[in-house]
Design a protein around this ligand. Structure first.
Ligand SMILES: C[S@@+](CC[C@H](N)C(=O)[O-])C[C@H]1O[C@@H](n2cnc3c(N)ncnc32)[C@H](O)[C@@H]1O
Length: 244
């Protein structure tokens, strides 16, 4: 029996790691680091920095693997997720086969493995899934990093919060967190909403903007564009809230 740890590493600040996460990384025989291509080298570097800073067990081995890329040029892009997950599952299968029998491998998962992350779902595709013990170590999510950066509570007293993606953002009827938004979906929302926006949350490059949506939307669009050009990638998250 092999053990697989999905260790939440937070959203870009090595200090987001919990003590549980540090102990888990030090227990592993193999640490798996995805290489998502040159444009996202910062993300692989952060994982290496975490390992250099916290992994003191000399027998832990780092294994970098090329992450299959989803083909955005394919007209069947939305439907293509299944094939993409199959390709990742195949890669995971090879990594897991390399864990010594009775040993432990660990994936360093961005944020928390339970929020908009497919690692758990992809593991379900593996033919050897039943022979694996899977353990999740929770991490700080982009939502927590966002509300902390703005020093606001996520919810209002007794109120619900809706979490969605940019693609699925519809009319905002309750407080709504938007992630995975490549198309600045907030531009279609009611300008009287309040937005709390953050990019590169937790990193030294963190940017935050807040205000009445109609007043700050253009500033966010321009800031986002310039930052994306400068870094080659961007991750941003925002909360839309009706004003009291
Ligand atoms: C694939 S999801 C991963 C979410 C992650 N598992 C979590 O717990 O936050 C990627 C999305 O998370 C958000 N995100 C992740 N890291 C972020 C960061 N440092 N700053 C702002 N948003 C971030 C963005 O909305 C991004 O599109």
């Amino acid at each position: 029996m092999r053990t697989l740890l999905l260790v939440g590493i937070g959203t870009g600040n090595p200090e987001h790691l919990t003590v549980e996460a540090i102990n888990a990384l030090n227990q592993a025989d193999r640490l798996f680091i995805p290489d998502k291509g040159a444009g996202k080298a910062d993300l692989a570097d952060l994982r290496r920095e975490i390992i250099a800073r916290y992994v003191t067990n000399p027998s832990v081995r780092q294994v970098t693997y090329a992450m299959p890329v989803r083909d955005a040029a394919n007209p069947d892009y939305a439907a293509g997720v299944d094939a993409w997950h199959d390709a990742i599952a195949e890669r995971f299968g090879a990594l897991i086969a390399d864990i010594p029998e009775g040993g432990t491998g660990a994936f360093l998962v961005w944020g928390d493995p339970g929020l908009y992350d497919s690692t758990l779902r992809i593991l379900e595709r593996l033919p050897q899934r039943e022979e694996l013990t899977v353990r999740v170590v929770p991490g700080i999510t982009a939502i927590q990093a966002l509300t902390a950066a703005h020093a606001i509570p996520l919810n209002r007293i007794g109120e619900p919060v809706h979490v969605t993606t940019g693609r699925r953002l519809g009319p905002v009827t309750e407080d709504t967190v938007v992630m995975l938004d490549g198309r600045t979906a907030f531009t279609d929302a009611d300008p009287d909403l309040h937005i709390f926006w953050g990019a590169y949350l937790g990193t030294p490059d963190q940017i935050t903007i807040a205000g009445r949506l109609g007043d700050v939307a253009q500033q966010i669009i321009e800031t986002r564009k310039a930052a994306r050009e400068q870094h080659g990638w961007i991750m941003d998250t925002y909360l839309l809230r009706k004003r009291d």
